[in-house]
Write a protein that binds this ligand. Structure first.
Ligand SMILES: *Cc1c(COP(=O)(O)O)cnc(C)c1O
Length: 225
């Protein structure tokens, strides 16, 4: 895809977000577009940066480390969200690179982040990933354990948890999962909800998403692995 096509799609998605927010009686400014640039190189990302977009999502620490430091030097105000699994031995790197870690999904990781923050690391935004579909192969805290985990993170480890994130099962109606995530957030006094991808971000906005993670609708189809 050409750079101008990327920018056209970025603006289209932005317009769709605005109208979905308005239809839901929400202010469009409540919804952040996390442009998911995983697998795409700098040549695909630069046009979006030049068009003024600043919030991007990556799912691998190593890949982000290879491509983002140079881009961050050129474009001010970039905010990266980690949307893939984080190994504890990569926590330090991740905290240097990412403004928001959306995938806090187990106690061992939460402890490793807390240790790093206590040692004087940056203050990132932290979201807890909830496995709303209770899928074996997927990361995240099961819904029944979410309240206890949130309180462990906030009260015991004093982590600045400000959001929840979910990836619904791909073969199920996503709205049930969005509603469940919103409910868990509400009863725990959590304001940010990262939910919705290219196929369903408008539905997610209707259910209260504050962050939508949109990749292929902006950058095109990713190469299959
Ligand atoms: C890849 C990815 C996305 C973006 O998916 P698209 O369908 O391309 O929009 C969103 N969230 C997560 C966690 C991802 O890994």
């Amino acid at each position: 895809m050409s750079g101008s096509e990327t920018v056209t799609r970025l603006f289209e998605v932005t317009a769709q977000i605005e109208s979905a927010a308005q239809q839901a009686g929400r202010s469009p400014s409540e919804v952040n577009l996390v442009a998911v640039s995983k697998t795409f190189g700098a040549e695909a990302i630069v046009p979006a940066l030049e068009a003024g977009h600043r919030v991007f999502g990556e799912n691998r620490v190593q890949e982000a480390r290879d491509k983002w430091p140079a881009l961050k030097d050129t474009f001010e105000g970039v905010r990266l969200h980690l949307i893939g699994p984080l190994q504890t031995n990569k926590v330090r790197d991740a905290l240097r690179l990412f403004s928001c870690i959306e995938t806090v999904d187990r106690l061992k990781l939460a402890r490793a982040i807390a240790k790093e923050l206590n040692a004087g690391g940056q203050e990132p935004e932290l979201f807890i990933q909830v496995n709303t579909g209770e899928e074996e192969q997927k990361a995240g805290i099961f819904p029944a354990e979410a309240d206890a985990f949130i309180s462990q993170c906030r009260d015991d480890l004093e982590l600045p948890v400000s959001g929840l994130m979910c990836i619904p099962p791909f073969d199920e109606e996503p709205s049930l999962h969005f509603a469940l995530l919103a409910k868990i957030a509400e009863r725990n006094g959590i304001t940010n909800l990262s939910m919705g991808m290219s196929a369903d971000f408008e539905t997610a906005i209707a259910f209260g998403a504050t962050h939508v993670r949109v990749g292929s609708a902006i950058f095109g189809t990713r190469p299959a692995h």
